[in-house]
Design a protein. Structure first.
Length: 381
């Protein structure tokens, strides 16, 4: 197949990582793969000054912005400026995959020569905007009923977005985990009780919930420490506790060591499409304490961690204390269960399903099911 992925931009987000993984693996299977994306928007002078004042430094040059796409041997074309893509930007192909709500609008307007149209949905994009932004929310909702074949990363996501069923049954393709990158040898509990988390100030990720749980648990576990990694500098808006070990933008091949130095990984997200850190931590034999967001309920059903109520740092703190006070034998049993869950389904399995979903899209397009109705353009959404 000739496959085109359309990204809004390249970065170090989990969504971009998933696209990079599929693009790389599909190319290795003999498919012709191209990723087309827009460049990052150039920051204004005011934006640069604000970044400096907030301790984030002067914004990088556009060419220096890190991206998961730079780590894979797949052709990616960056167009001339941040704008909607058109036919001239996209190669002819058998299938073209939108990866974000705006790119779904762009892909909907491409000609039939660009391929069968697919929308890869990794989350509810409305949540990236203020609740009062009704105009954008409505635009996003309309992309869910465009004539495209949809691929969702979790059944939970399909369940909360029933609009999908109006345009045919979506394919569910859960994310996998790369065992070459995320792995660890069997081990005992840490000498010093340790929990870990992904640090971010983005409220939906619930880092504040995890840190509050750590604070509560530390009252019962003397010496409890926290390790974390993230993309940005630690911010006073979500302060890390005194003595926290924080790695900013760690090399990708070192992240497994961060997971593996923990007795439990904290996942306090308020909302997720999937939740890749859950799988990554489990692949490194670290039990996970998670809120019921994304794929967490399915992934923890096998006993590789503890599911707690959403928005409840007290419940998460109890789980931290429970895991840290386990006998070494009990902890190793939970650790082994986490590892089995993460390794029973791999990116090879996910790519099999993704490849099949693309072929389904091509067949649906052949039957005339994925045709944009006259008058329904991006401007008319």
């Amino acid at each position: 197949m000739r496959i085109t992925f359309v990204l809004p931009n390249g970065n170090l987000s989990g969504g971009t990582r998933v696209v990079a993984i599929y693009a790389d693996r599909l190319k290795r299977r003999g498919h012709s793969v191209v990723v087309v994306l827009t460049p990052p928007r150039r920051p204004t002078l005011v934006g640069k000054v604000k970044s400096l004042m907030r301790g984030r430094g002067w914004p990088r040059r556009l060419a220096d912005v890190p991206s998961h796409l730079k780590s894979v041997d797949v052709e990616h074309r960056v167009i001339d400026q941040a704008r909607a893509l058109n036919d001239a930007d996209v190669p002819d192909a058998d299938v073209v995959v939108a990866t974000w709500w705006e790119t779904a609008e762009w892909v909907a307007n491409l000609s039939s020569t660009k391929g069968a149209k697919v929308h890869l949905i990794q989350g509810d994009d409305r949540l990236n905007y203020p609740k009062q932004d009704f105009f954008t929310s409505r635009r996003i909702e309309k992309t869910w009923v465009l004539p495209m074949h949809r691929i969702a990363v979790s059944r939970w996501l399909i369940g909360i977005l029933p609009q999908f069923s109006r345009v045919g049954s979506p394919s569910c393709v859960p994310n996998g985990v790369d065992r070459r990158q995320f792995n660890a040898e069997p081990r005992s509990k840490q000498t010093v009780p340790t929990v870990g988390l992904v640090y971010t100030t983005f409220r939906l990720k619930g880092c504040d919930i995890s840190l509050k749980a750590f604070e509560l648990a530390a009252r019962d576990i003397p010496g409890l420490r926290v390790v974390a990694f993230g993309c940005g500098k630690a911010d006073e808006a979500v302060p890390l506790p005194l003595g926290a070990e924080y790695s900013q933008n760690p090399p990708q091949d070192s992240i497994r060591h961060i997971y593996a130095k923990c007795d439990a990984w904290l996942f306090g997200s308020r909302y997720e499409g999937f939740g890749l850190p859950i799988l990554e931590a489990m692949a490194c034999r670290t039990p996970v304490i998670a809120t019921p967001a994304g794929a967490a309920p399915e992934l923890l059903a096998g006993g590789g961690g503890v599911l707690v109520e959403a928005e409840d740092p007290v419940a998460m703190a109890r789980a931290i204390v429970g895991i840290c006070q386990m006998s070494d034998e009990s902890w190793r049993t939970m650790s082994d269960r986490a590892y089995r869950t993460a390794t029973n389904y791999t990116w090879d399995d996910a790519t099999d399903l993704f490849e099949a979903a693309l072929r389904t899209a091509i067949e649906r397009n052949r039957r005339g099911e994925l045709v944009l109705q006259p008058g329904l353009t991006r401007e008319g959404l």
